[in-house]
Design a protein. Structure first.
Length: 505
């Protein structure tokens, strides 16, 4: 049985001197990472942590964060990542749902969580100690995604789920031992979990990209070039920024695999990378997968033809541990070429939503054959080249790879005393990709402006969930039934965007 912890332990014990993780200021060998992880695990176990006990990690990006993640895995606890910059109101909702038994922090995390969690351990101050019992548990991690009710949803992913994904992706993604992986994404984004354990279960070296390089494409390119990083995960938005930042494409020569995920991908944006694909020195994958199906569920290795001429968003075929079915609303299987809803089945399907029985029952089911299923809400159709992504049936959208429920953002806007109503939609912004745009009406007599509303929302929502534009109206378009006219809202906001673009020009 593949066990991600055992894979890491095998390398750490056989080759303790091999470099495991690097950040901007220091590095750990596998032996050092194991020693730090064991010390953290022992400290957690000493404080009563065991299977299915949530442990928050709230710290800045770096090797200490990776040691904390390894320590939780060794202890048998459940990894719950929290960004230190999380707005206090959202932080309280996450903590209330997760109900963590302990927290691993640095200085920034301690300032955020002090008084909120009874047991806080400073990651770099845990006393050295060996671990005698790994306490392999049931849940691996708990990740919070956007929720339409205004409350974040906690997805419970088991160790069996993560084991199945890592085993499946190992056979499918062409990963090799001792490669250099970038840890680019936020720890609250599940792609980071593959970046971390994909490297550590293959004996690779993990390079924790600093926060500044997440915002500065030129700085990211310098990291890729200097450290000769071979494996990189990016969203389509980030790839566009990366390619726009360099006129010398040879600076990406070291990249052997580029994984693109999180948003609908326009293959044509990848044309600058065609020389690598033609020489077969870089593999490019378009990946698809909701958090509920454990990171990725399907993928396609892009061909020269895809990049040169394909306009469809092909997401390929299921990974070895996943079964994908395209079903009509009555539950019957759709014909090839027919658009219908994607249902994922297999060992990657998460346990469900934490403390959300009704919502879990709506989206997670057990098939007649006993195999777990997840109803994705995504529309696809089967093509000769695999699955083609069409769009969402309803509900959330993808912003910079993060899943966002527009209704949660609208709910946050409505919490302002001056706001009467709010509707949030996703629209294409020139040069910026897909972004959230809000239409707001105010209470009679209110004089609040868009800037004040943006500042207010910043206290409630993380940066990726905040509207890029907020427009104020006397009234919102409605249907004869008095319901909001969603198409009318989109047309109205598109006109506002065009007007502001022309004015700026």
């Amino acid at each position: 049985m593949f066990e991600f912890v055992d894979q890491f332990l095998a390398t750490a014990r056989a080759q303790p001197e091999r470099c495991a993780v690097v950040d901007a200021t220091r590095s750990f060998t596998y032996g050092e990472l194991l020693a730090r992880g064991e010390s953290i695990a022992a400290a957690l176990i000493d404080r009563g942590i065991s299977e299915d006990d949530p442990v928050v990690v709230c710290c800045e990006r770096g090797v200490s964060a990776i040691a904390a993640i390894v320590g939780i895995a060794l202890s048998g606890g459940v990894y719950v990542p929290i960004d230190p910059s999380e707005p206090p109101a959202r932080l309280q909702l996450i903590l209330s749902c997760a109900d963590p038994n302990a927290g691993l922090v640095d200085g920034a995390g301690n300032r955020v969580l002090e008084g909120a969690i009874e047991t806080l351990l400073e990651i770099d101050e845990v006393d050295a100690c060996s671990l005698s019992d790994s306490r392999l548990g049931h849940l691996a991690y708990l990740l919070f995604t956007s929720g339409s009710t205004g409350t974040p949803k906690g997805v419970e992913v088991t160790r069996a789920n993560l084991n199945a994904f890592l085993r499946g992706s190992e056979k499918w993604s062409e990963a090799e031992a001792q490669e250099r992986w970038a840890c680019y994404h936020s720890f609250t984004f599940d792609i980071s979990i593959w970046e971390i354990w994909g490297a550590l279960t293959n004996g690779g070296t993990l390079f924790v990209i600093p926060a500044m390089a997440q915002l500065d494409a030129e700085l990211l390119i310098s990291w890729l070039e200097t450290y000769k990083i071979e494996r990189l995960c990016q969203t389509p938005t980030a790839v566009r920024q990366l390619l726009a930042a360099t006129t010398n494409i040879t600076r990406l020569d070291a990249l052997r695999a580029l994984y693109i995920c999180g948003e609908r991908l326009d293959f044509a944006t990848l044309k600058p990378l065609l020389p690598f694909v033609k020489r077969d020195t870089m593999s490019i994958f378009n990946l698809y997968g909701p958090t509920e199906a454990t990171i990725y569920a399907t993928g396609r290795r892009l061909t020269i033809r895809d990049i040169a001429s394909e306009r469809r968003s092909l997401i390929g075929v299921p990974l070895p541990h996943v079964c994908a079915e395209v079903r009509r609303s009555d539950g019957t299987l759709a014909e090839p070429g027919e658009t219908a809803e994607l249902v994922l089945r297999g060992d990657g399907i998460a346990r469900g939503y934490r403390r959300e029985r009704t919502l879990t029952a709506l989206q997670f089911r057990q098939g007649k054959d006993g195999i777990c299923e997840y109803i994705t809400g995504d529309l696809v159709r089967a093509a000769n080249e695999g699955l083609e992504f069409i769009g969402r049936k309803s509900g959330f959208v993808k912003i910079r790879g993060y899943r966002v429920e527009p209704e949660e953002v609208a709910s946050a806007l409505r919490r302002h005393a001056a706001v009467e109503d709010a509707v949030v939609v996703d629209l294409e912004l020139a040069g910026s990709g897909v972004a959230l745009v809000a239409a707001v009406t105010l209470q009679p007599g209110a004089t609040v402006g868009a800037r004040e509303l943006r500042l207010f929302v910043a206290t409630l929502l993380p940066a990726y969930m905040r509207p890029a534009r907020i427009f104020l109206f006397d009234a919102l378009p409605r249907l004869a039934s008095s319901k909001i006219d969603q198409k009318g809202i989109r047309l109205l906001l598109e006109q506002c965007l065009q007007t502001t673009t022309v004015a700026a020009g």
